[in-house]
Design a protein around this ligand. Structure first.
Ligand SMILES: C[S@@+](CC[C@H](N)C(=O)[O-])C[C@H]1O[C@@H](n2cnc3c(N)ncnc32)[C@H](O)[C@@H]1O
Length: 290
């Protein structure tokens, strides 16, 4: 538990486990995340090994944990490949990762060699990540990594980025992956307004969000009822249709140039998908500031 009274994000660990489980095995080798497993603690690696081996454990609770990591691996592949490609196509000197969790890009993407990366996250999650990085002893691939603790519910993003040396007058690529569902609509609006105010021409936002679906929400509720305490502690707070998200971004001068659901992206990668409803509702959009 951090000084702010909140524990480090457990969904961030789950996503990292998903990437570790899929590393080098999926998407005709277009997906690889060898850093993910290094950020996991030994007890968090067991289920990753079970998923990689395809050997589910006995017992309802362990089996639920296994299915969560297996499903997360399926989601992580198209999401990561689409985002990595979007970032590679927009080489800016500044990349701000909002709600970074255990994101590994600053430690694995050679394309970031000329880029400064700001890792913005809730202080509790960031403290946990820094401890994991120190234990893993991995070197950044990015030119620099600047840790910027921010609670989107209470802190001012602009003040934090100013203090961390982000230049609002230079183009920035913003990445906001796997965070929007955990924020209220107001917190999403406030964060977007803050980033838009520091978005120079030539900047882009790469955004992953969740669109509404009764089936996906019911599936998430069922996992919680079956005892998955990971999702229980971090409920979804806002889901957006592509139309509403595009309208909100346009209010802030960000124009959507692509927006695809993960199932479409997974099919384009020829990956097999069992968790179709989760893939159908997860989306990756790119918006540009011209
Ligand atoms: C599911 S994880 C996603 C992490 C990472 N972006 C990824 O896709 O692997 C959700 C992240 O949102 C962050 N988050 C949730 N609510 C937040 C808040 N109020 N302020 C800052 N970060 C928050 C958590 O700390 C966590 O790192």
């Amino acid at each position: 538990m951090s000084e702010s009274g909140r524990a480090a994000s457990r969904t961030a660990v789950l996503v990292c486990q998903g990437r570790a489980a899929a590393d080098g095995r999926a998407a005709a080798r277009r997906f690889a995340d060898p850093v993910a497993v290094r950020l996991l603690r030994p007890e968090e690696r067991t289920v990753v090994e079970q998923v990689r081996a395809g050997t589910p454990p006995e017992g309802l609770r362990a089996r639920t944990g296994y299915e969560s990591v297996r499903a997360c691996a399926e989601i992580a592949v198209p999401r990561t490949v689409a985002i990595d490609e979007a970032l590679g196509a927009r080489p800016n000197g500044q990349l701000v990762v909002l709600g970074a969790g255990l994101d590994t890009r600053a430690w694995r993407l050679a394309e970031l060699a000329e880029t400064d990366v700001w890792e913005v996250d809730h202080p509790a999650s960031q403290q946990d990540k820094r401890a994991r990085l120190a234990a893993a002893d991995v070197r950044p691939a990015a030119r620099a990594v600047r840790f910027t603790p921010v609670d989107f519910a209470v802190d001012d993003l602009a003040t934090a980025l100013d203090a961390a040396g982000h230049d609002p007058a230079a183009p920035t690529t913003w990445l906001w992956e796997g965070v929007v569902p955990y924020l209220t609509r107001d917190q999403v609006r406030t964060t977007l307004a803050a980033l838009a105010a520091r978005t120079a021409p030539g900047s882009s936002l790469v955004l992953n969000y969740q669109s509404p679906s009764a089936k996906a929400s019911a599936g998430r509720l069922l996992t919680r009822l079956l005892g998955n305490s990971v999702t229980a502690g971090e409920p979804w707070r806002s889901l957006w249709t592509p139309e509403r998200m595009a309208a909100l971004l346009a209010e802030h001068g960000l124009h959507v140039t692509s927006d695809h659901d993960l199932l479409t992206l997974a099919r384009a990668l020829d990956t097999t998908a069992r968790s179709r409803s989760s893939l159908r509702t997860g989306r990756v959009a790119v918006a540009e500031h011209r």
